[in-house]
Design a protein around this ligand. Structure first.
Ligand code: PMP
Length: 406
């Protein structure tokens, strides 16, 4: 059944407001998404009624909070079809998850002269941690190039993967170009040479099915706040065999089994990777967000977003002087573009005064901007609560912006 967008928008209190007297058009979902009532209520109910540290107390409140936290872990497991909740680590977000893998994997498996493979379209979060690891370990960062449509040049894989390649990290959907990468194919080719793959799903989980077992990725990471959950929380999925073998990234409370001054043994999975008091309210809020998304139906979300993608593409292509960056065949509803002779910041400011929120700049993908020889773009990123009318108003807003600034 098709989504009822007016009903869905009613679930998001923030969307009801006006900005500078105009109805808000929020097209900055790539940066962060808004929260439905159920997530807001879940988090405030936890603060009001359950606030208590998890896993440690034997008292009623601590037990209830622990139960909700572990239920949230099960919701994440089910959402991405992981084999076991032992494979679901709660982190501070995508960035926290990738740093954790880059550190732990680097410590255990990377030697001087080894190679790490990433792609030209990575977010800085899936680039800098690997670069830092390469510096620490005297290893080399190699890059799978992309073409001018914003699609990876996979023919280069055979040359780039060598016997020194230790891990490959790739973004599932690009936050600045909208490209959805053929991760299953990349993983199949990497695995044929025994190379594990980390997939950055920060921009994918909110737009389509993610099945980590079908994909066969070794690690999958995402942030709660980009899938309608709270900020400061996220997920690191790792195959159990890797998580068992990797050393923990951080030491502290909860991740230990026995501690003496002579040495420490670690807790079982997933707790080995959850040192200290975690952001358990964020994790439980994420669980509520995933259940909300599932109640709408990923198939239905995809159908509505595909419709918005077609509309946006038509509208943007119809505006003379607009250049679209990222023309991949398989894409999410993220559009990067420039208006002839107009600085993206100026356009962003004018659009803001029309009540339209977009992102301008490099979108934490400076190498992508370098590829196209530009310093930044305007980015409009849509999710299921956006509408046809908003797309039409946005296109009008762009035309007006061009008239005003040309
Ligand atoms: N990877 C991608 C593709 C992203 O879009 C983002 C956020 N813009 C990140 C990683 C980092 O996410 P976070 O800031 O939530 O850790």
């Amino acid at each position: 059944m098709a989504l009822s967008i007016p009903d869905i928008r009613n679930d998001f209190p923030i969307l009801k407001q006006t900005v500078y007297g105009k109805p808000l058009i929020y097209f900055d979902n790539g940066a962060t998404t808004h929260k439905p009532e159920v997530v807001i209520r879940t988090v405030s109910e936890l603060q009001e009624s359950y606030n208590s540290s998890i896993h440690r107390g034997l008292h009623y409140l601590s037990d209830r909070m622990t139960e909700r936290y572990e239920q949230a872990r099960e919701s994440v497991r089910a959402f991405i079809n992981a084999a076991s909740t032992s494979e679901i680590i709660f982190t501070s977000g995508t960035t926290g998850s990738i740093n954790s893998v880059a550190f732990s994997f680097g410590e255990k498996y990377v030697r001087p002269g080894d190679e790490i493979l990433i792609t030209e379209m990575e977010h800085h979060s899936n680039l800098v941690p690997w670069q830092m690891m390469c510096e620490r370990k005297n290893a080399m960062l190699k890059v799978i190039p992309m073409d001018d449509r914003g699609e990876l040049v996979l023919d280069s894989l055979d040359d780039l993967i060598t016997e020194k390649t230790r891990i490959l990290a790739v973004v599932h959907a690009s936050n600045s170009l909208g490209t959805v990468n053929p991760v299953k194919e990349i993983i199949r080719r990497a695995h044929a040479l025994d190379i594990p793959v980390l997939v950055d799903g920060a921009q994918m989980v909110q737009h389509g099915e993610v099945d980590v077992r079908d994909m066969d990725c070794d690690f999958y990471v995402f942030s709660a706040h980009k899938i309608f959950g709270p900020t400061g929380s996220g997920v690191l999925y790792g195959k159990e065999k890797w998580l068992e073998e990797l050393p923990p990234y951080q030491g502290g409370g909860d991740m230990v089994d026995r501690v003496t001054f002579e040495g420490t043994t670690y807790n079982a999975l997933p707790f080995k990777f959850e040192a200290g008091t975690t952001n358990y309210t964020g994790a439980i809020g994420l669980g509520a967000a995933l259940e909300y998304v599932q109640s709408l139906g990923i198939g239905e979300i995809k159908e509505h977003e595909s419709h918005l993608i077609r509309l946006m593409t038509d509208k943007l292509e119809g505006i003379p002087g607009l250049t679209l960056y990222g023309r991949a065949g398989h894409r999410i509803s993220v559009f990067s573009f420039l208006l002839d002779q107009i600085h993206p910041y100026d356009a962003g400011m004018i659009l803001d005064k029309m009540g339209i929120a977009v992102r301008t700049g490099t979108h934490c993908t400076q190498p992508v901007m370098d590829h196209f020889g530009i310093t930044g773009t305007i980015r409009a990123s849509l999710v299921f609560y956006n509408t046809e009318e908003e797309v039409a108003r946005f296109a009008d807003g762009l035309e007006k912006t061009m008239q005003m600034l040309s």
